[in-house]
Every structure is written in structure tokens, then in C-alpha cells.
Design a protein around this ligand. Structure first.
Ligand SMILES: Cc1cc2nc3c(=O)[nH]c(=O)nc-3n(C[C@H](O)[C@H](O)[C@H](O)COP(=O)(O)O)c2cc1C
Length: 176
């Protein structure tokens, strides 16, 4: 599958069947994530692989009862190591670069998963402190996304995109 095909064919998947996702596949997803670009090549990402039902259940609660999270055989929680980024780039590293870097890693996971027939959803609506406690995440590391990964049990239609004519600006954002 070429890159554009993967980008355009990917959908957020919120229903999964019970087929297992092997550790080999999880490693492939993490490998794709690790090859994302990062500011100064600092690679501030950390990945927590969750398979235990009792931990997934708690994540559902932290994520405002988004039940599909526990339907997925594997959940990858992607965190930004603010500490690493701030050592290189101070406040801009902590508040911006480490979030951008982990976002790139997250999308690599989503696209790679889609390209091999898996479904994912980028879940950003969750209570951070609760999630931190559930997963024993230290301070200086911020959970950025919860990604349930599994074989899709739905095939949603594409969501609408704003047309290029609305989002592209030429030369300056707006005319004088
Ligand atoms: C930062 C971010 C946070 C998101 N949080 C959630 C979420 O908490 N729950 C959810 O079901 N989808 C979440 N989504 C998925 C979006 O709803 C989805 O990407 C958007 O509607 C476009 O649909 P598509 O991914 O199928 O193209 C999130 C996406 C992003 C990028």
C-alpha cells in the first residue's frame, strides 16, 4: 500500500473483533513509531503496551467511558517525555516539540496498522492524572494518546475534510 493510499484509506475504528494481535505486529507498530521525525532527534516518546483486561477497564473509565478501548486486544498508550525534550529545548521542547514528536509517532502507528489490515483510533479525551496513576507514569512524562489496536469490526465512511481552498493560504495568511 503506498503512503497516500494509507493516508486516505485510514479511518478511526471504534469496534473490534476478538482476533488477537500478535507481539510481532505490536513490535512492527512500535518500530514505525520510532522512525518518526523528532526535534533534534531527541525521540521523546515512550510506549506502554496494555493487554490486561483490568488495566484496559481502568483506561476506559479514565477516557470518559469510551468502551471500545477495552474491545481492542491491545492498547498502546503513547507518552511524551517532557523531561528529555526540555533538556534539549527548554520550554519550547516541553510544551511544543515533545507533543509534535509524539503526534508524528502516533500517526505512524495508525498508518502502519491500517496498511496491515488493523484498525486504530487516536483517543485524546482522557483524564491525564487518572491515566498517569493507572499506568504508574512518572512526572515529566505526559500521556498524549490512548490507541486501541485490533482487527476492525466496522468500516466507517470517510469523515468530511475541509477543502484545500479553505485551508491553503498563498504567500501570507491574509491580504493586507
Ligand atoms: C488529538 C486527537 C484526539 C482524538 N480523540 C478522540 C477521542 O477521544 N475519541 C474518539 O473516538 N476519537 C478521537 N479522535 C479521532 C477523531 O474523532 C477522528 O480522527 C476524526 O473524527 C476524523 O475521522 P477519521 O480519523 O476516521 O478520519 C481524536 C483524534 C485526534 C487527532
Amino acid at each position: 500500500m503506498d503512503v497516500l493510499e494509507a493516508i486516505k484509506g485510514r479511518r478511526s475504528i471504534r469496534a473490534f473483533n476478538s482476533k488477537e494481535v500478535s507481539q510481532v505486529i505490536v513490535q512492527k507498530l512500535i518500530d514505525a513509531a520510532r522512525w518518526a521525525p523528532s526535534a533534534g532527534n531527541i525521540q521523546p516518546w515512550e510506549f506502554i503496551i496494555v493487554r490486561k483486561p483490568e488495566i484496559k477497564r481502568k483506561l476506559v473509565e479514565a477516557a470518559l467511558d469510551q468502551l471500545f478501548i477495552e474491545e481492542a486486544p491491545v492498547v498502546i498508550v503513547v507518552c511524551a517525555n517532557e523531561e528529555r525534550s526540555s533538556q534539549g529545548y527548554a520550554v519550547r521542547g516541553k510544551t511544543l516539540y515533545c507533543i509534535q514528536d509524539t503526534a508524528a509517532a502516533i500517526q505512524n502507528i495508525n498508518l502502519t496498522a491500517h496498511s496491515i489490515g488493523l484498525g486504530t483510533c487516536w483517543v485524546g479525551a482522557f483524564r491525564e492524572e487518572e491515566t498517569r496513576k493507572i499506568l504508574n507514569i512518572p512526572h515529566g512524562v505526559r500521556p498524549v494518546a490512548i490507541i486501541p489496536v485490533g482487527y476492525p469490526a466496522e468500516s466507517p465512511s470517510p469523515r468530511r475534510r475541509r477543502p484545500a481552498s479553505q485551508v491553503v493560504h498563498y504567500e501570507t495568511f491574509q491580504d493586507e
